[in-house]
Unconditional design. Structure first.
Length: 172
């Protein structure tokens, strides 16, 4: 998989976590263990995103080919050593990753304008008629303490940490 991303898809950098992958070279300090445990993944996410490294036009694709669970409206990654009964200490909430991806105010504005246009298109493509009809669309958005914005498109809702719900109602 790693070779596909590097050679065929021309990704500049691939961080590969498996039981058999080699340690991951760091910008500074010792190489990092690549076994996909809770501690290793949390350490990597904290250290890698400690200093902004994505610029305009950069993309980050986070692929987790492991297990996940949903509990009380929150989605979690379950690392190799994860315990479904102890999510607090062994699972990684998806929003933990989303918080680390900065989005500029101009990009948020452009995304929101596109979102409104998409919702308007949905309403136009689903004209009112008897029976089942699309009258409203609801999306959840959260802005963390650093001003980073996360949009949830899966129908999930955030907790009470600065989250808002956008409700679009079909124009009359």
């Amino acid at each position: 998989m790693r070779q596909l991303f590097l050679q065929e898809l021309s990704f500049q950098k691939v961080y590969h976590f498996t039981d058999t992958s080699p340690p991951i070279p760091q910008d500074y300090g010792p190489d990092q263990n690549s076994r996909p445990t809770y501690t290793t993944l949390r350490r990597f996410l904290n250290k890698r995103f400690e200093t902004p490294f994505l610029g305009d036009g950069d993309n980050l694709w986070f692929f987790f080919a492991g297990h996940g669970i949903r509990h009380e409206q929150t989605d979690y990654l379950m690392p190799a050593d994860g315990d479904r009964t102890d999510r607090q200490n062994s699972a990684i909430p998806i929003h933990f990753i989303a918080y680390r991806l900065p989005i500029s105010a101009d990009k948020v504005k452009a995304q929101m304008q596109s979102l409104v246009a998409i919702v308007n298109d949905l309403f136009e493509q689903a004209p009112p008629r008897p029976g089942l009809q699309l009258d409203e669309v609801e999306l959840s958005v959260e802005i963390n303490a650093e001003g980073k914005v996360s949009l949830i498109s899966s129908g999930g809702k955030f907790g009470s940490k600065g989250g808002i719900t956008l409700k679009f109602v079909r124009p009359s």
